[in-house]
Design a protein around this ligand. Structure first.
Ligand code: NAD
Length: 364
């Protein structure tokens, strides 16, 4: 294996819940690939809130801006009260507008389908996730209801709350372009754009019009658009017909979990949040607090995210070797965690045993 002279400087965010244990397992595995790393540790979430008075300290953002690449464990978002999602704040502050989620079947994972290899490209910055909301019984919701009545003659119920869906041409264009560029660079054949433009004419309508326009710039790649409900039905019946799927934020969130389910669950679903110059690699799953500290959960989604990171930093050989080592461990079936067993109550390997098994394959 080629040795790097200069180490790659990267930001490492362990996160919380199961984050620190899957990051530890992944770091060990990465350090066995022969590639050298210099880690800049970033503390976020509740621990940072308690220590520094903010869940997302500036020094973490500055570290990622400087290094351009981060590997991140999941971070818990308090429900109802407390700080807003660190994960969303990171994506917004660094303008990580594209969420890339490959969903691929690995031989040995119990699934209903074989040979699925889909990449979800989710818009990350707008749509219903912009945070523009008006609680019921407030001046904001009353004013909005008044504006709606005056401009559309539609009377919304007085006890309504509002979450605003805004879709722009600018954000739609850059995400669709990202999907086509990704398809071209990774020798993918087809891009499908999911939408509900038949009903949401002025928001999804923009996304669809832009997707059709951008598709013309890529005649080498097949393009289709598909209404979101039909897309879900077709994915559940015949997922092999899909290749790259580009989606606005909310549909992207839902469809990426759907596709993770098609290929065996969150334990094998990696991801990346990418901007023009910065990329943060993290699994699709969250911090699963009920399993924290038990050395029980599957570190493979985190490791596969690390393999995506290796590709991104140009360490393609090491990336392929790591992915193959993980695939071999799954196929062998001896050192896999509970979630990859046909029955979750069967004896299963621990998080650290999975790391050891992957390391053994890498050392072969
Ligand atoms: P979750 O993904 O954390 O867990 C849901 C369930 O999936 C778990 O109970 C577990 O059964 C299973 N699971 C998840 N990861 C697994 C793994 N690696 N191996 C085996 N099984 C696994 O979703 P949640 O419970 O909805 O969220 C928990 C917290 O994580 C919340 O605070 C949420 O906001 C946060 N979250 C963070 C991120 C992120 O950091 N990017 C993403 C999603 C959710």
């Amino acid at each position: 294996m080629a040795q790097n002279i200069m180490p790659h400087k990267l930001t490492l965010i362990p996160g919380d819940g199961i984050g620190p244990e899957i990051i530890e397992a992944t770091k060990k595995v990465l350090e066995t690939t022969g590639i050298k790393f210099e880690w800049d540790m970033g503390i976020v979430g509740q621990v940072a809130q308690d220590k520094f008075g903010t869940p997302l300290p500036d020094n973490v953002l500055e570290s990622i801006q400087k290094n351009k690449v981060a590997l991140k464990g999941p971070v818990t978002t308090p429900i109802g009260t407390g700080f807003r999602s660190v994960n969303v704040a990171l994506r917004q502050s660094l303008d990580l507008y594209a969420c890339l989620r490959p969903c691929k079947t690995y031989h040995g994972v119990p699934t209903h389908f074989e040979n699925v290899d889909i990449v979800i490209v989710r818009e990350n910055t707008e749509d219903l996730y912009s945070g523009i909301e008006f609680a019921r019984d407030t001046l904001g919701s009353a004013s909005l209801a008044k504006l709606i009545l005056e401009t559309t003659q539609i009377k919304v119920k007085e006890d309504s709350g509002f979450s605003i869906k805004a879709i722009s041409e600018t954000a739609s264009r850059r995400i669709v372009k990202f999907a086509f560029e990704y398809a071209r660079a990774n020798k993918r054949k087809k891009v499908s754009a999911g939408h509900k433009a038949n009903i949401l004419k002025f928001s999804d309508g923009i996304f669809l019009a832009v997707a059709r326009e951008v598709a013309k710039e890529y005649p080498d790649i097949e393009f289709e658009d598909v209404v979101i409900d039909a897309l879900c039905m077709r994915l559940a019946r015949n997922p092999q017909q899909y290749d790259v799927i580009v989606l606005p934020n909310l549909y992207g969130d839902i469809v990426s979990d759907l596709c993770a389910g098609l290929v065996g669950g969150l334990g094998v679903a990696p991801g990346a949040n990418m901007g023009d110059n910065i990329a943060v690699f993290e699994p699709t799953h969250g911090s699963a607090p009920k399993y924290a500290g038990q050395n029980k959960v599957n570190p493979m989604a985190m490791m596969l995210s690390a393999a995506m990171m290796l590709h991104h930093i140009g360490e393609t050989k090491a990336a392929d070797k790591l992915e193959n080592a993980i695939a071999d461990v799954i196929t062998e079936g001896k050192n896999i965690t509970y979630d990859l067993k046909p029955n979750h109550n069967q004896p299963a390997a621990t998080t650290s045993e999975v790391a050891d098994a992957v390391i053994e394959k890498l050392n072969k």
